[in-house]
Design a protein around this ligand. Structure first.
Ligand code: EPS
Length: 390
């Protein structure tokens, strides 16, 4: 099974990752991974940090002559900003003379994190709770995503809303993409061409305006994004035990992204308002005798098992908790009421978060593949997948 670990503080020397369980014989290169890292950096509303970072991965082990060996893959991404933080983030020095942060920012891990680990300096929390870590997550998950691509699975995303700027209609591009896997690449390219990764130009314009206004007011914005995966065979995941339900695993992966507070399969919260007769996807026979589903409200999963339809997931990202006009807080050193503190941050990171969403579901899907089809090498995996036809 595939598992991965990341290490690294936001302003430390580098991010490090180890990815284990990738089948042997997968073609992979740093430039392939870097393309996803580049997508993760983009988006209107990002702060100054993204201008500093180049986010280029170094593959240290587990790959030889451009192919995976089946052994653990070690990866590194330098933090360019580290050169400005060598004293504050020093591994070896005593830390004497380095000012301590004692004002927790509401909404961040600052307060609960410093109490949990017994820190008198919130910097220890900030730097690991930061979404900088997602650069390494995307790097690790992109290798896994390549495994899926070679099994015919494509993953894409787009932003549904930012603040009150909502894509109102189910965009034509999305409907097309749900019908044919090839159109999913077109959808992804179209989302990438928008600064906010939105497909609806009216919502896009409104979102950019809202982000501008939020920045001016020292505020931040959240929103909702959609992730779609197509080309999945029927029968991944299982209903037989709670922890094998693929829908639950996918939602867990999405909510594990920094600042994501909710996730749903299909339009679950909307569908909960309707009677069953308007929700469930009927099964019909087409002229050739194939079973077809006229709708996909279930988001590609029934009983926690893939049903051959594209997987559709939504995730809600809260507004970023670092505000230029900080909220009220308490100084933990002298227990006085104060305004919290600001440090450089993003105003809105929805476009990046959607790209991270694409990445983090890859290991979940790939593990479901490996569970069903097995394989120490890509050849083995692809061979047993071919035999499974519905
Ligand atoms: C983040 C704060 C900002 C973001 C960062 C996440 O970083 P900094 O404090 O250095 O300005 O830009 O995101 C990244 C660095 C990244 O690579 O995505 C936070 O507090 O979570």
């Amino acid at each position: 099974m595939i598992r991965y670990t990341t290490a690294g503080e936001s302003h430390g020397q580098m991010l490090v990752g180890i990815l284990e369980g990738v089948p042997a014989g997968l073609d992979i290169s740093a430039s392939y991974i870097n393309n996803q890292l580049r997508r993760r950096k983009l988006g209107y509303g990002r702060g100054g940090r993204m201008k500093i970072e180049t986010d280029e991965v170094t593959l240290v082990s587990g790959v030889r002559f451009g192919r995976t060996l089946g052994s653990p893959i070690a990866l590194m991404i330098q933090n360019n900003d580290w050169k400005n933080w060598t004293e504050v983030m020093s591994v070896e020095s005593s830390g004497i003379g380095i000012p301590k942060i004692t004002l927790p920012r509401p909404g961040h891990a600052d307060y609960a994190g410093s109490l949990k680990y017994g820190f008198d300096d919130i910097r220890n929390v900030i730097d690991r709770a930061s979404a900088r870590e997602t650069a390494m997550r995307v790097a690790c998950c992109t290798i896994v995503r390549k495994v899926l691509e070679e099994c015919g699975v494509l993953i894409a995303s787009h932003v549904l809303s930012i603040g009150r700027a909502e894509c109102k209609i189910r965009n034509e591009a999305v409907l097309r993409a749900l019908r044919s896997p090839e159109s999913l690449s077109a959808l992804s390219a179209r989302a990438d061409s928008s600064e906010v990764r939105m497909l609806d130009p009216i919502a896009e314009k409104k979102a950019i305006g809202l982000i501008k206004a939020a920045k001016k007011q020292g505020d931040t914005l959240g929103g909702v994004f959609e992730v779609i995966a197509s080309g999945l065979p029927i029968g991944l995941g299982s209903y037989v035990h709670f922890d094998r339900r693929l829908d639950a695993q996918l939602v867990q992966a999405l909510v594990s992204i920094q600042a994501v507070k909710g996730a749903e399969v299909g339009a679950a919260f909307e569908l909960a308002k309707l009677p069953g007769s308007q929700v469930h996807d009927e099964l019909l026979l087409d002229r050739k005798g194939n079973i077809v589903r006229p709708t996909n409200h279930a988001g590609g999963l029934e009983g926690g098992v893939t049903n051959g339809q594209p997987i559709i997931l939504h995730a809600a990202m809260k507004p970023i908790s670092t505000l230029a006009h900080p909220l009220r807080s308490v100084d933990l050193k002298n227990r006085t009421n104060v305004r919290s503190r600001y440090e450089r941050s993003d105003v809105c990171a929805l476009p990046a978060c959607a790209v991270i969403g694409e990445a983090v579901i890859a290991p979940v899907l790939a593990n479901a593949f490996l569970e069903k089809f097995g394989g120490d090498s890509m050849k083995e995996l692809q061979k047993s997948l071919k035999k499974w036809a519905h």
